[in-house]
Design a binder for this molecule. Structure first.
Ligand code: NAP
Length: 254
C-alpha cells in the first residue's frame, strides 16, 4: 500500500510546468497522490512528471499524467476534466490553482491588454478551474480540497502591480465565498499567500528591487518552492480537515 498524507488521491495541479506548481507535484506524489500536471507549456508539464514527480517519489511515471491546459479558456478546462475522468474513472479531488502570470507596469502606463491578461489568467482562470472541478466532485459525491494561490501582494499591494494585486485580492475573496458555498459538500477551499519565492516569476524583478525586498523579510531570504508545496500538501490532506476559507501567509515574515 502507498503511504503518505494523500495516498491514493488524484490531484490536479495547474501551472505545473514551473516553480511552485512543479514543486507541488513533487511533494504531493511523495505523499502518495496520483498527479495530473497541467500547464499551457506541455513540454514543461511532461518534464515535471518525468524528472520531478515520478523519479523523485519513486512512483510509477505511468500513474501520473501531463496535460496541456490554458486555465483562462473554458473549453480547455472542460477538456482536462473529460481527460481525467476517462483515464482515472473519477474527477481529481485535490485541485491546486498555481497557474499565474505578472505583467508589471506603473498604473500610469499599464495597458488594457496587460490588465486583462493578468485578470483573465490569475482570477478568471482560478474561477473556471474551481467551478468546473468542484461541480464534478459534487456530481460524483466526492469530498475534496481546493488550494488557490494568491500572493501577499493581494493583501498589501505593491508598486507596479495594480493588475496583479487586484487579481490576487480577488482570489482571496473568491476562496472565502467558495468555501462558504462548498462546505456542505465537504469540499474545503483554502488560499495560500506566498511572499517572495525563488522561481522564474521572481527572476523578472530587477536585482535592486529584490535586494530591497529581502531587507523586509525577517528570515532574510527568498522562499523555496518546496516550502510552499509542503503547506499546500498539508492543506490537501486530512491533516487540515477543519480548515476551510483560510488564508495562509507563507512569506518568511514579510
Ligand atoms: P512560474 O514559475 O512562472 O510558474 C507558473 C506556471 O504557470 C508557468 O509554467 C506558466 O507558464 C504557467 N501558466 C501561465 N499562464 C497559464 C495558463 N493560462 N494556463 C496554464 N498555465 C499557465 O511562477 P511561480 O512563481 O511558480 O508562481 C505560481 C503561483 O504563485 C502564481 O499564481 C503566482 O502568482 C503565485 N505567486 C508566486 C510568488 C513568487 O514569488 N514566485 C509570490 C506570490 C505568488 P508560462 O511560463 O508560459 O507563463
Amino acid at each position: 500500500m502507498v503511504a503518505g498524507m494523500v495516498a491514493g488521491r488524484l490531484a490536479l495541479v495547474t501551472g505545473a510546468g514551473s516553480g511552485i506548481g512543479r514543486a507541488t507535484c513533487q511533494i504531493l506524489s511523495r505523499e502518495g497522490a496520483i498527479v495530473i500536471a497541467a500547464d499551457r507549456n506541455y513540454e514543461a508539464a511532461v518534464e515535471t512528471i518525468k524528472t520531478h514527480t515520478a523519479l523523485a517519489s519513486g512512483s510509477n511515471e505511468a500513474d501520473h499524467m501531463a496535460v496541456e491546459l490554458d486555465v483562462a479558456n473554458p473549453k480547455s478546462v472542460q477538456n482536462i476534466l473529460q481527460t481525467a475522468i476517462k483515464q482515472y474513472k473519477a474527477p481529481p479531488t485535490i485541485i491546486v490553482n498555481s497557474a499565474g502570470i505578472t505583467r508589471d507596469n506603473w498604473l500610469l502606463k499599464l495597458s488594457e491588454e496587460d490588465y486583462d491578461s493578468v485578470l483573465n489568467i490569475n482570477l478568471k482562470g482560478t474561477f473556471l478551474v474551481m467551478q468546473t472541478f468542484s461541480r464534478a466532485m459534487t456530481e460524483a459525491g466526492l469530498p475534496g480540497s481546493i488550494i488557490n494561490i494568491s500572493s501577499i501582494i493581494g493583501k498589501y499591494g505593491n508598486m507596479g502591480q495594480t493588475n496583479y494585486s487586484a487579481s490576487k485580492a480577488g482570489v482571496i475573496a473568491m476562496t472565502q465565498s467558495a468555501a462558504k458555498e462548498l462546505g456542505k459538500y465537504n469540499i474545503r477551499v483554502n488560499v495560500v499567500l506566498p511572499g517572495f519565492i525563488d522561481t522564474p516569476m521572481v527572476k523578472t524583478v530587477p536585482e535592486k528591487v529584490q535586494q530591497a525586498i529581502l531587507k523586509q523579510v525577517p528570515l532574510g531570504r527568498l522562499g523555496r518552492p518546496s516550502e510552499l508545496a509542503e503547506v499546500i500538501a498539508f492543506l490537501s490532506s486530512d491533516k487540515s480537515s477543519f480548515m476551510t476559507g483560510a488564508s495562509v501567509d507563507v512569506t518568511g515574515g514579510f
